[in-house]
Ligand binder design. Structure first.
Ligand code: BG6
Length: 513
């Protein structure tokens, strides 16, 4: 039955064109990502008129379920995860486009069934033979799915229709496996068909780093080693490993956060201006800066990295267990839940400017920030306020949960004597733009539907990220930690992380709630 019904209009006309007609195939559709992020994001796109009315989803998972059951399930889930009131007419339109195919990704027969289903869905929804495959499965299935999609001829594209693959993280578990996965992908598809997702690039505040740097004239001239003392990038979480203990224990904080999310933050903060906003112009600059990160020798790894694991403690007023007591985690686990690293970038803009990275679970507050600390004023002008005591200017890009930008500078404290104190100039997104329901996946899914890979990782970028962490993985593997757990849940991580900065005469910017 042909179903390309007009989408009920419930909001203002779109900014941007709707995605192309297409079918999105979700492998692992029964998982958390689909209900929490993907379906709400698609619904938000429909609401914003950014989804083609010739659109459909085919979900695949092992759970035995009919399309009707699937529709019922997501209709329940959406109430919890939409983040906004769900419009019944629009939802009805939306859910009619959802289809389900039960099956095991390792079973070759399922790909033939998928092919048949796609032909039918394509006809019913007039999706022009355009398909994109979203791999939302455990990483051990990536290779099998890719190979089978290729064998089934589902990745062949021509001028009449396109085929794309979105692949979730973790992309490999070290450099070698990331290279092998890239090789496997590029055997069955061209690079331009591959969209390696990093959900950090879906965050407005992360995209805004580019806007802030390259749409304003006043920051770029001081964005270099002459004016910047150091940069600190913190991704602090208060959550533990939640229900993902068995995955997390094989990954650890370094693999889980650094080659991907933290490399995005570092590259956007430090890259050169691209020659245009074309996907490859932006990604060339990102890749270039990642290649310029100084490789660490084994001795440097020992000096410039810190790892930690949380013991029990108190987070947001609640007593929480130690990492080793979490579900799925062995009681003698040596996996790190915290990492701090000092990186250097070998180029003219950044030579000798340290980039301090820190991320961890069960820390004292949830906050992701990029802090740029400028050099101190060079000369003691105010006699009773020695320059050393003055807080240097700090520009903080607040990524989450606060979303905004603040600039710290010194001001005269009112009164008859000349006294100085630090003050903040603050910009908060919510004050200007209000709160839009956003899962962080809307932009990325829409970009894939219009064929814009700017915010996706290219093969060379993923490999460059792994190159940075490889020497750390090697040294840490050779020298297992002996002092775990070494920080209490609800604190700012192990003392060695403070020492890392203190040795350079600096301190972490701590942000209590
Ligand atoms: C994921 C990691 O990629 O990112 C998680 O696997 C982490 O361990 C999460 O909690 C953080 O994402 P966000 O968007 O909450 O900062």
């Amino acid at each position: 039955m042909l179903d390309t019904a007009e989408m009920p209009a419930i909001s203002a006309p779109p900014i941007g064109r709707p995605g192309d007609p297409c079918v999105m195939v979700i492998f692992g559709v029964a998982g958390d990502l689909t209900r929490r992020k993907l379906i709400p994001a698609l619904y938000n796109l429909a609401k914003a008129h950014l989804l083609s009315r010739e659109f459909a989803v085919v979900g695949i998972a092992r759970t035995p379920m009919s399309t009707d059951d699937f529709r019922k399930k997501i209709s329940e889930d959406i109430k919890q995860f939409a983040g906004t009131q769900v419009d019944p007419d629009l939802w009805e339109w939306f859910v009619r486009r959802m289809h389900y195919l039960p099956g095991d990704f390792r079973d070759k027969k399922i790909y033939q069934q998928l092919k048949d289903t796609l032909q039918k869905v394509d006809k019913d929804h007039s999706t022009h033979g355009n398909y994109f495959f979203y791999l939302a499965t455990a990483p051990e299935f990536f290779g099998t799915i890719i190979e089978n999609l290729g064998e089934a001829g589902l990745l062949g594209q021509d001028n009449q229709h396109w085929r794309r693959i979105i692949i979730e993280k973790p992309f490999g578990h070290d450099l070698e496996s990331a290279r092998a996965l890239n090789k496997q992908l590029l055997k069955v598809a061209e690079e331009k068909q591959v969209y390696r997702i990093d959900h950090y690039l879906g965050k407005e505040t992360v995209q805004n780093i580019l806007a802030f740097r390259f749409a304003n004239g006043i920051f770029e001239p001081v964005w270099n080693r002459r004016y910047i003392d150091h940069v600190e990038i913190s991704v602090a979480e208060t959550v533990g490993v939640e229900k993902r203990g068995s995955y997390y224990d094989t990954a650890g904080a370094l693999r889980d956060m650094v080659p991907n999310h933290m490399m995005q933050l570092i590259s956007l903060t430090s890259m050169e201006p691209p020659i245009s906003f074309q996907a490859d112009a932006v990604r060339d600059e990102q890749a270039k800066i990642l290649h310029a990160i100084q490789p660490m020798s084994a001795e440097e790894v020992l000096r410039r990295t810190v790892r930690g694991q949380y013991g029990e403690g108190i987070v947001e007023g609640q007593r929480v267990p130690a990492y080793r007591e979490e579900e799925g985690v062995p009681p003698d686990s040596r996996t790190e839940t915290f990492v701090a690293i000092k990186l250097l970038i070998d180029n003219w803009r950044w030579a000798d400017v340290p980039f301090y990275l820190r991320t961890g679970k069960r820390l004292a507050a949830r906050s992701t920030q990029v802090m740029i600390q400028f050099r101190r004023a060079p000369f003691v002008l105010f006699r009773d306020t020695p320059v050393e005591n003055l807080m240097p200017n700090q520009l903080v890009l607040h990524i989450q949960p606060e979303e905004g930008i603040s600039l710290r500078f010194a001001a005269k404290v009112p009164g008859p004597v000349m006294r100085l104190g630090p003050v903040d100039m603050n910009f908060a997104y919510a004050d200007y733009f209000g709160q839009q329901p956003n899962t962080g996946y809307e932009r990325l899914l829409h970009d894939c539907m219009i064929g814009d890979p700017t915010l996706f990782q290219r093969a060379d970028m993923v490999e460059a990220g792994w190159c940075v962490v490889s020497p750390i993985l090697d040294v840490w593997k050779a020298l297992p930690p002996r002092n775990f757990p070494n920080y209490a849940a609800g604190t700012w991580g192990p003392k060695e992380a403070d020492d890392l900065l203190e040795r350079d005469g600096r301190r972490w910017r701590n942000f209590e709630k």
